[in-house]
Design a binder for this molecule. Sequence first.
Ligand SMILES: CC(C)(COP(=O)(O)OP(=O)(O)OC[C@H]1O[C@@H](n2cnc3c(N)ncnc32)[C@H](O)[C@@H]1OP(=O)(O)O)[C@@H](O)C(=O)NCCC(=O)NCCS
Length: 350
Amino acid sequence: MRHFVHPQGICESDSVGAGTNVWAFAHVLPGAVIGKNCNIGDHVFVENDVVLGDRVTIKCGVQLWDGLRAGNDVFIGPNVTFTNDPFPKSKQRPAEFAKTTLEEGCSIGANATILPGISIGRNAMVGAGAVVTRSVPPNAIVQGNPARIQGYVSQIPKPANVVSRAKHEDSPVAVSQVQGVTIYQLPAFEDIRGPLVAVEMAEVLPFVPARFFIVHTVAGSGVRGEHAHRRCEQFLLCVKGSVHVLVDDGLTRQEIILDRPQIGIHIKPLVWAAQYKYSADAVLLVFASHPYQANDYIRDYGTWLRTLNKPHTLSLGETVASAKHRANERGCGSQARSRCVVAEAPKRCE
Ligand SMILES: CC(C)(COP(=O)(O)OP(=O)(O)OC[C@H]1O[C@@H](n2cnc3c(N)ncnc32)[C@H](O)[C@@H]1OP(=O)(O)O)[C@@H](O)C(=O)NCCC(=O)NCCS
């Protein structure tokens, strides 16, 4: 099966995958590389240094400028605007155009504007009309101008209501839906002098901490974390205010609100985690099982998925030459150690 070009479309590239449609008044320049089963809508313009994966949908009225890379299953809504020159001047070309990377499975809503040099993470969702000024983490939902994270797509790959409140007053430990994550209710006491949370580290925590750090004064739109650890375990407590903690084991994702100092989350190694929606007064205390080591961090979501050995077909960051080669090959141009007080069966945190 060859690709299809509408009689009123212009496709100058011979690196277009089978089953791809190029519709009327679209123009694809010769250097562009386009995968299989893509849909290029009416009035789409594709410049030379553009590489698209398979099953990419581009709705009408979109221009893909030099430097754009899109992975498989990317959706680009109508009239989305990409940019590749941060400070454009007429008749002055930059030495090199900024790269825009759209990772596998992400979607960009109608009329969004993506500023130069930005990546949109795997499975992320950009809301209609958003002006995206910073890279978007994997699975994040962003909207507004400037675009801010409003939530995370909850289960791969379908969007859902992601916020679930930690409710386990009758149980000190609750397994979460995400493997490697356990929610603790810490010993709390209240009398006429006021409330107190008290923890014997060796008795209550699932590990004896080697260090701690405190995150505070984070602006409401700030996001921290967005990584996994290879060996380090962490125990998170929001000692003041509230913060949302997103945890992901590669199959299931859950968002837990920490809004009381007696609730803690134990996160094992190889769980992807991010913290966001900090209240203005939030103070997040994090105990870590190991001293700081830069090489303990996995900061790239695709690398992390590969480490977990989950299905992964990203084909981003490749050069036009290697993508052309690819197109030609296709023949187309523990449960946490719980020493908390009550030995009750763990409950799901809904
Ligand atoms: C961003 C988006 C994915 C959020 O969807 P959702 O989670 O179902 O969000 P809701 O509709 O429940 O809206 C939640 C809140 O966000 C606001 N909101 C939703 N989309 C927004 C957007 N694109 N920009 C700004 N605010 C938005 C809503 O007004 C609502 O605010 P409120 O709580 O103050 O009333 C969705 O609104 C969107 O923009 N989808 C893209 C549609 C599109 O362009 N399709 C292209 C193919 S035709």
